[in-house]
Design a protein around this ligand. Structure first.
Ligand code: 3HC
Length: 526
């Protein structure tokens, strides 16, 4: 896919005049300040220092400063341990960072970036202070996850020199930087900051000042939705994580990622998104509030959705076991025929039935209904409805095993065992539309289509942002083209019919593209 950044370095938004047309000299960024050395701030300081810039790291007090220094030592220590950096390079990198508790030390910095908690009053107070301290030419940047850069800029006397520079966790590894321009930003500054991001080895995507920008707007909706599905009892934490990681090839499942991002940060981002969108799906899940109130913020506090003892998450428990003499398969060709062949090769006796006539499977020990939609309608037509289990194969590695309200534990356990024999990982879930993976994926894809349709960012920029910001194997539009627009549209309709959630209704653009017979959204959006 074409990377639009190479054609247009500032992306879809923002003044992009070459500097010679703005009548001022290009800035040089050699000394940068980083205010706040928590997980993100320390990561950002590491990125700057790794690229040869001098860094002034600022924290509120000596204890926080020592913690920040500790983050930097341990992060770079891991890179040394992997043989990717020599100890001399590590020493030189750390030597480029000075640590201080005095903001006044930032007076000579060319750019100061803040990574303090996501609370607007704190940010505005800090920026007012930086405005007083920093030299007139200095650029003030915020690493805010979702707050209004314009509102932060307005706390200074130099709003034209304030920009969003949004890194992703872990900052030394994730390759994206979102550069956020405002309506008052100085001509050419977004491009200069994008150039700085490139100097750091990152890929910039430049966008306007909207809550959540590109990545968090799409990501947090999905993460919050995962919490809602967990709370609804559709599936377990471990099953949902495994489903999304192995089923879609994402680097992490949603709960592992929430723990990495921090539940407090995730909660705050959802709040900000909700305030702007009024979309119920952005309203933070009650579970998030409870965990945050309890101080269980994820990795940084040692416990969130998972407990972290020596860096390892808890292990999922095994399910019940049962023997199967004859398995019944219900489903259309070719899926049912393929499953029959696989079960046969694994030494199981199996019989197949069409959904229209279940007679051949009436006496089977278990009945596997291949489907991505609820299967209870099939179960109630069998003499032993407790033996029917829904099965949805996701990619090459995962099978969603759906229990209806009538399914027995033995039947569900037996099907999970069969799935294991077939070399797949089973994901336990309830009998709801689109089960787990598609229930989480399709609304995310729908959101991406809405974002494209709103003109906020191009399909290329959105794809780049999700691939490089979250390590996804493909961006949403790349995924849409692989899955097929019609299939996603129909899945969204099924989700809407099941949950009656207004934002699950297919985006008008998606509906129109399917109606028009357009097969690939990227071809349309180009
Ligand atoms: N400096 C340089 N490189 C580093 C490093 C550091 N400090 N720490 C790790 N690395 C490198 C490692 O050397 C390794 O490189 P290699 O693969 O070439 O050997 C690579 O990074 C991966 O490191 P690990 O092997 O330790 O870890 P994993 O392979 O398990 O990957 C992960 C970890 C990169 C975190 C991966 O799971 C991932 O991409 N997860 C998704 C993270 C994500 O979505 N982040 C965005 C969250 S949203 C956000 O931050 C926005 C905020 O506003 C909320």
């Amino acid at each position: 896919m074409t990377n639009r950044m190479s054609a247009n370095p500032t992306g879809a938004y923002g003044p992009d005049e070459p500097l010679w047309e703005t009548g001022r000299m290009a800035r040089t960024f050699e000394t940068v300040g980083v205010v706040g050395l928590g997980t993100m701030g320390a990561g950002i300081a590491e990125v700057f220092a790794r690229s040869g810039l001098n860094v002034i790291g600022v924290e509120a007090d000596d204890a926080a400063l020592a913690r920040g220094r500790g983050h930097l030592e341990s992060s770079t220590g891991k890179v040394v341990a992997r043989g990717r950096m020599s100890t001399q390079e590590q020493t030189a990198l750390l030597g480029r960072i000075s640590f201080t508790t005095s903001r006044e030390d930032l007076a000579g910095a060319d750019l100061v970036i803040e990574a303090i908690p996501e609370i607007m009053e704190y940010k505005r107070a800090l920026f007012a202070d930086l405005d007083r301290i920093c030299k007139p030419s200095a650029v003030l940047a915020t690493n805010t996850s979702s707050l209004s850069v314009t509102a932060i800029a307005a706390a200074t006397s130099r709003p034209a020199q304030v920009v969003g520079m949004h890194f992703f966790n872990p900052a030394p590894v994730m390759r994206l930087v979102e550069v956020i321009g405002t309506v008052v930003i100085e001509d050419g500054l977004a491009a200069e900051v994008a150039g700085l991001a490139r100097r750091l080895g990152k890929t910039p995507v430049t966008v306007g000042d909207r809550a959540g920008f590109v990545v968090n707007r799409l990501l947090l909706g999905y993460l919050n939705h995962a919490c809602v599905l967990l709370e609804s009892g559709l599936s377990s934490r471990d099953d949902i994580d495994v489903a999304m990681k192995l089923g879609l090839g994402l680097p992490m499942g949603p709960f592992t990622l929430l723990d990495l991002v921090g539940l407090d940060t995730s909660y705050e981002v959802c709040e900000v998104l909700f305030r702007e969108s009024r979309d119920r799906r952005h309203a933070p899940a009650p579970m998030l509030r409870e965990l945050v109130t309890a101080g269980l913020l994820g990795r940084k506090t040692g416990r969130g959705f998972y407990s972290y003892g020596e860096g390892t998450a808890t292990v999922p428990e095994a399910g019940p076991k049962a023997a199967v003499s004859v398995a019944g398969i219900v489903g259309g060709v070719p899926e049912a025929a393929r499953l029959l062949t696989d079960l046969d090769a694994a030494g199981f006796k199996a019989v197949v039935a069409e959904p229209s006539d279940l007679t051949p499977v009436a006496d089977a020990d278990v009945v596997i209904a291949l489907s991505e939609r609820p299967v209870i309608e099939l179960a109630v037509r069998l003499p032993h409805p407790e033996r029917l289990v829904g099965l949805h194969l996701v990619g090459d590695q995962v099978a969603e095993v759906a229990s209806t309200v009538l399914t027995s534990d033995e039947a569900a356990g037996a099907v999970r065992d069969l799935v294991t024999v077939l070399g797949r990982t089973s994901v336990r879930c309830g009998d709801r539309a689109e089960f787990v993976v598609n229930a989480l994926l399709y609304p995310y894809l729908n959101d991406a289509i809405r974002m494209l349709d709103s003109g906020y960012a191009s399909a290329g920029d959105i794809d780049t942002a999700m691939r490089l910001g979250c390590g996804y194997p493909a961006g949403p539009f790349e995924m849409l083209d692989v899955i097929g627009l019609e299939r996603v549209r129909d899945g969204l309709r099924a989700l809407y019919a099941e949950y009656r959630e207004p934002s699950f209704a297919p985006a008008p653009l998606l509906d129109q593209l399917v109606t028009a017979g357009v097969s690939g959204i990227r071809a349309y959006a180009r």
